[in-house]
Ligand binder design. Structure first.
Ligand code: SF4
Length: 295
């Protein structure tokens, strides 16, 4: 029999993984949201949202989030995320796990994007919100709050009242992977979601912050694939690195400034390789740069 447990904030009972459209805070999907089951399915469901038929960018992005959140295109990742959700870490055994892909999060007219690699098994995969519920997210949200890009200093669950300002967070791969390592095929399959998201955000996005060297490479590929010009040879990652990605007026893309930051992983924060001040500097720079550009 499926175990049903109360959401830690709302108390509403849920199975793990959470069925779409059952009331989980922030769940963008309904029971009718179409689910991709192959790479071709992801491409089709993502690109058909770019035909301009949605009432607004916000509506198209909302439907994209919904479709991402029920995707089943990568069998290994679906098995893993659902297995983690079912067999829970002991410290979270009393709460339900989201156990589904993590869509992008933040306003549809954001000028800043923060691009991570993939959600954490016990973080986003548990709470249903990107970078929420793990130590890396604690660091990131505390810094976002200090520089004025997040309403609160913490992000603990999807009903905590947290909100991003002028910032949208996305992952290049939307499901938690074993050992935090998606395969090249899984990255390629999931890239259609990010390509479509970049397309929908192209009218406003001016700055992208990427966390870590792997995320840097994935972000350059994503922007290159979505119509921005990526310098050759590819620019090297470093903390504080900055690269201008020229847009194309024909395709409705503005220039985007790409900023690199060390990933706020426990390894980097425990060792002092990344300090709060260093992260504040990069995020503050993103905010300052975005503010100079019109929406
Ligand atoms: S990684 Fe991306 S494409 Fe693969 S199942 Fe998850 S959401 Fe779908």
């Amino acid at each position: 029999m499926t175990e049903v447990l109360p959401h830690p904030a709302t108390g509403q009972p849920f199975a793990s993984p959470v069925p779409p459209g059952t009331g989980w805070p922030g769940d963008p999907a309904t029971a009718e949201t179409p689910a991709a089951t192959s790479a071709a399915g992801v491409r089709r469901l993502a690109t058909e949202l770019l035909d301009g038929e949605a009432a607004s960018t916000e509506a198209a992005l909302g439907e994209l989030d919904a479709r991402v959140s029920v995707c089943r295109a990568c069998p290994r990742l679906v098995r893993w995320r659902e297995d983690v959700a079912e067999h829970k870490r002991a410290s979270y055994a009393a709460e339900p796990y989201w156990g589904r892909p993590i869509p992008g999060w933040g306003p549809a007219d954001a000028r800043i994007m923060i691009v991570g690699l993939a959600p954490a098994a016990q973080g986003g995969n548990r709470t249903g919100r990107i970078f929420t519920g793990d130590r890396s997210g604690d660091w990131l949200f505390a810094s976002l709050h200090r520089v004025g890009l997040a309403a609160q200093a913490t992000s603990v669950d999807a009903a905590d009242g947290q909100a991003l300002r002028d910032t949208r967070m996305v992952a290049t791969v939307r499901c938690a992977p074993p050992q935090n390592r998606p395969t090249p095929q899984e990255r390629a399959t999931c890239s259609s979601w990010l390509d479509a998201e970049l397309d929908l955000l192209a009218g406003t996005v001016r700055v992208a912050v990427t966390l870590g060297a792997v995320g840097w490479a994935a972000t350059l590929s994503a922007f290159g694939g979505a119509g921005w010009e990526v310098p050759r040879p590819r620019p090297r990652f470093g903390h504080g690195a900055e690269v201008l990605l020229p847009g194309s007026a024909e395709r409705g893309r503005h220039d985007v400034l790409l900023l690199g930051s060390y990933h706020p992983s426990q390894h980097n924060t425990f060792t002092g390789r990344l300090t709060g001040a260093m992260l504040d500097e990069v995020l503050g720079r993103a905010k300052q740069e975005a503010a100079t550009m019109p929406r």
